[in-house]
Design a protein around this ligand. Structure first.
Ligand SMILES: *Cc1c(COP(=O)(O)O)cnc(C)c1O
Length: 367
């Protein structure tokens, strides 16, 4: 590979992960979370690959992310999962995005714009069953639906809620799922119909299975090959990360490595300078902690990770240009690094910065 650092995106692993998720939930619709540039993997290529495997509903966080997908030629339905500022409502309507709603204010904005553009807007209602973030309170849902369900310009397509602790707290998750189910059941008894009903994120799908599926699931992390639990379920990380050696040096006993003298060389040793740093999203909290792989051997990072460069102690002289593996599917698994860095895996992949090119491994698929 040309250049100093690159992330490899393994689409075969993405397809493997999708198969595993489908095997849990064979008959349900899938809304794939591709927000934050598909958790840092590249939303265009990920969305295209998912569409080729019959996943045609995508979840993003913002209107900007949704427009970027359209610009990349993605035709799938796009649900905007987070609240939308009023000044972006015209774009939501013009591009036929599906907003999520949780109150009268956004409905009024949408109605005004839908009439202005003379277009029908589809929306999903979010209810808060215990996440404590966005969503209507359960006891507001009847009034809300009564007020809006006959409005021809605004068409309800779904109702959903979000689990706060499906990876950590079974009782609370059961409570959220039960609350959601009871609310939906009462609404259905009152003659309200929803096309899509959904609550399951990755942890919901993998742990609560059928109880959490309703008729649509919303995987994110698991698609990218990371399990929210100890068990990996056969999921394989989609992203790996590589860099190159820029320089090899023999450094003398008693010298210090990198900023602020956090590592002192104990005996004369070989060090290499790697072409990566926190400016690439390689976490600075891995300073003096993580290992990397060079030529099939693990070597430790010494001193603090700098913005663009990081030092590694090795046992021999390497030529400049030798590849350094920073993240892989095994020894340098994203989950392992995230524990070491005191981060969650989501932060590692979304944190790989835009200056790091994403290289698609299964290239033949697209060329
Ligand atoms: C990001 C997101 C998901 C996906 O969550 P994972 O834990 O990554 O599977 C699901 N639902 C909503 C509303 C989200 O914002």
């Amino acid at each position: 590979m040309k250049g100093r650092i690159w992330a490899e995106i393994n689409l075969n692993n993405l397809i493997n992960n999708l198969k595993i998720i489908k095997s849990f939930s064979p008959n349900n619709n899938i809304l794939a979370a591709v927000k934050a540039d598909a958790y840092g993997h590249g939303s265009g290529i990920i969305s295209k690959t998912l569409a080729e495997h019959d996943v045609n509903m995508l979840g993003v966080a913002s209107v900007e992310e949704a427009i970027k997908l359209r610009d990349e030629g993605i035709k799938s339905e796009i649900v905007i999962l987070s609240p939308i500022p009023e000044d972006q409502i015209p774009e939501v309507v013009a591009y036929n995005f599906t907003p999520t709603v949780f109150g009268n204010i956004i409905m009024k904005w949408l109605l005004k714009e839908a009439k202005k553009q003379d277009k029908v807007v589809k929306y999903h209602i979010e209810i808060d069953t215990g996440m404590g973030r966005t969503g209507l309170d359960i006891d507001e849902i009847y009034n809300f639906i009564n007020e809006w369900h006959r409005e021809p310009y605004l068409v309800n397509e779904g109702i959903f809620s979000h689990l706060s602790s499906a990876d950590t707290d079974k009782d609370y998750t059961r409570f959220q799922i039960d609350t959601f189910k009871a609310t939906i059941t009462r609404l259905i008894k009152n003659g309200i119909r929803f096309k899509y009903i959904h609550i399951a994120n990755s942890a919901g799908i993998l742990e609560y299975k059928n109880d959490s599926f309703f008729n649509l699931i919303r995987p994110g992390l698991s698609l990218y090959g990371i399990s929210p639990f100890e068990k990996d379920f056969g999921l394989k990380p989609v992203m790996s990360l590589y860099s190159k050696i820029l320089q090899t040096r023999k450094i003398k006993k008693g010298s210090y490595i990198s900023y602020n003298k956090t590592y002192k060389v104990e005996k004369d040793a070989w060090f290499v300078v790697g072409a990566f740093g926190y400016g690439d999203g390689y976490p600075r909290s891995l300073s003096n902690k993580a290992q990397v792989i060079i030529d099939n051997n693990l070597y430790p990072i010494r001193g603090v990770v700098c913005m663009d460069l990081t030092m590694i102690e090795v046992d021999k002289q390497f030529s400049p240009g030798t590849i350094i593996t920073l993240i892989d599917e095994e020894e340098l698994h994203i989950k392992k690094l995230s524990y070491l860095a005191d981060l969650i895996p989501y932060e590692i992949t979304t944190g790989i910065s835009t200056r790091v090119p994403r290289i698609v491994k299964k290239r033949s698929f697209y060329e």
